[in-house]
Design a protein around this ligand. Structure first.
Ligand SMILES: *Cc1c(COP(=O)(O)O)cnc(C)c1O
Length: 363
C-alpha cells in the first residue's frame, strides 16, 4: 500500500518558517547495534529501581484513561521534595520540553537569547523554535562559562539568558559568587534560566544552590530533570521552579497532558524516601567512577576540564570524529562534536575501563 495518496512527483509548496528551515538537527547519542557500551547520552547506567518499576507496572493497566492533565500529585510531590509551593512547579516532557515552554512564554519574535557555547545542543534549536535570536558567548579554554562576557552580551533586546551548570558537554560548574555578580548586573526584566540537569552529581561547595538563587532573584527559573540521576530518561519528566506568575505563564504554553501517566506515576515513586536513598547510593558510585576516570585520563596525560556532571570532556579538536569512530568500532559509543571534542558519559565500571583503554592507546 502506498504510504500517502498524493502523486509521487507533487512538489511540496508549503514553506517552512525560515527559522525552522535553518535549524541544526538535534544529534541524539549513538544507539548501540549489537553489543556496545553506550556512553553517548549521559544516561544513568543503573536499571530502574524496583519500586519505580512496580509503579510503572501498576500504571500500565490504566493507560486507557488520560493522564492527570496538570500532573497534580507529581507537582505536589516535587514541591514537597524541593521545598517550594506547588504554584512554583511546572512539569513537562523532559526539561528540554520545559525549557521550550519557558522561552515560548517570554520570547517575542527577534528577542535575543544569550547562552554559552559550546553548551547544551538543544539551546540553539529551542531558541529558534521560540522565535528568538541566539547570541552565543564562548566558554573559556577550561570549559567554564564566562559570566562577565555573558553579562556584557546582554542588550536592550535580550529577553533570556541560559546558564548551564554544570555545563554540558564540558563539565565545570559556575560558582555562587560569580552567579550573584552576574544577576546583580543583569536587568531584572531579563529571564535567567539556571539549568541544573546534573545537580545531584555536583560536589563543588562553591556551586550555587539554584533554589536559594531563585528565592532572592524572581527573574530566575531553575530547570531540573528526573532523566539523569533518577534514571528516568526514557519516560521524560523534567520541571521548572519559578515565581508563581512566571510559572503560570510557563504552564500556559505547556503541551496539554505533556507528562504521560506512566511518567507521572514513576516520577512520584522515584521521589519517595526509599527510592531516593537508592538514587543517592547510585549517584555516589557514579561520582566515584567519575573521579577514577578523570584521574586516570590525567595520568595518561590528557587535559580534562574539572567535571561535576556524569561525563568527562576531551578536547580532541580535529581528531574527534576519527577517534569517536574508532571507539564505536571497538564497541564504545561516545558523543563526538566534530572538530571540537568528545563527551564521554560515566557508565558501568566495565564500560569506563573499555573507554580508558582506548584513551591510553590514543596518547
Ligand atoms: C540532559 C539535559 C537536560 C535534560 O533533558 P531531559 O529533557 O530532562 O531528558 C537538560 N539540560 C541539559 C544541559 C542536559 O544535559
Amino acid at each position: 500500500m502506498a504510504p500517502v495518496d498524493t502523486p509521487p512527483d507533487t512538489p511540496v509548496t508549503v514553506p517552512l518558517r525560515a527559522a525552522v528551515a535553518a535549524l541544526p538537527a538535534y544529534v541524539p547519542g549513538a544507539r548501540p547495534s549489537g553489543r556496545a557500551y553506550k556512553l553517548s547520552s549521559n544516561e544513568n547506567p543503573y536499571p530502574p529501581l524496583p519500586s519505580v518499576l512496580a509503579a510503572i507496572q501498576t500504571a500500565a493497566a490504566e493507560v486507557n484513561r488520560y493522564p492527570d492533565m496538570y500532573a497534580t500529585e507529581l507537582v505536589e510531590t516535587i514541591a514537597g521534595y524541593v521545598g517550594v509551593g506547588a504554584d512554583q512547579v511546572v512539569v513537562g516532557n523532559g526539561s528540554v520540553a520545559v525549557l521550550q515552554h519557558v522561552l515560548e512564554a517570554v520570547v517575542e519574535p527577534g528577542d535575543e537569547v544569550v547562552f554559552p557555547w559550546r553548551s547544551f545542543e538543544a539551546y540553539p534549536i529551542i531558541t529558534a523554535v521560540a522565535g528568538g535570536t541566539a547570541v552565543t558567548v564562548p566558554v573559556t579554554s577550561a570549559g567554564r562559562l564566562d559570566l562577565p562576557a555573558m553579562a556584557a552580551a546582554v542588550t536592550e533586546r535580550t529577553r533570556a539568558v541560559l546558564v548551564c551548570t554544570p555545563n554540558n558537554p564540558t563539565g565545570p560548574v559556575v560558582h555562587a559568587d560569580e552567579l550573584e555578580t552576574f544577576l546583580a548586573t543583569v536587568r531584572r526584566d531579563v529571564l535567567v534560566v539556571v539549568d541544573e540537569a546534573y545537580l545531584e552529581f555536583v560536589r563543588d561547595p562553591a556551586s550555587p544552590d539554584g533554589l536559594d538563587v531563585l528565592r532572592r532573584h524572581p527573574n530566575v527559573v531553575v530547570l531540573r530533570t528526573l532523566s539523569k540521576a533518577y534514571g528516568l530518561a526514557g519516560l521524560r519528566v523534567g520541571y521548572a521552579l519559578a515565581a508563581p506568575r512566571l510559572a503560570a505563564g510557563i504552564r500556559a504554553t505547556s503541551t496539554p497532558f505533556g507528562v504521560n501517566h506512566l511518567a507521572q506515576r514513576a516520577g512520584i515513586a522515584a521521589l519517595q524516601p526509599p527510592a531516593l536513598a537508592e538514587m543517592i547510593e547510585h549517584v555516589e558510585a557514579i561520582v566515584a567512577e567519575r573521579t577514577r576516570v578523570a584521574d586516570t585520563l590525567r595520568e595518561q596525560g590528557w587535559d580534562v576540564p574539572e567535571t561535576h556532571a556524569n561525563f568527562v570532556w576531551l578536547g580532541l579538536g580535529e581528531r574527534t570524529a576519527e577517534l569517536a569512530a574508532q571507539a564505536a568500532a571497538a564497541g564504545v559509543l561516545v558523543r563526538p562534536f566534530p572538530g571540537d571534542g568528545m563527551r564521554v558519559s560515566i557508565g558501568e565500571v566495565a564500560a569506563n575501563d573499555a573507554f580508558l583503554a582506548l584513551a591510553a592507546g590514543w596518547r
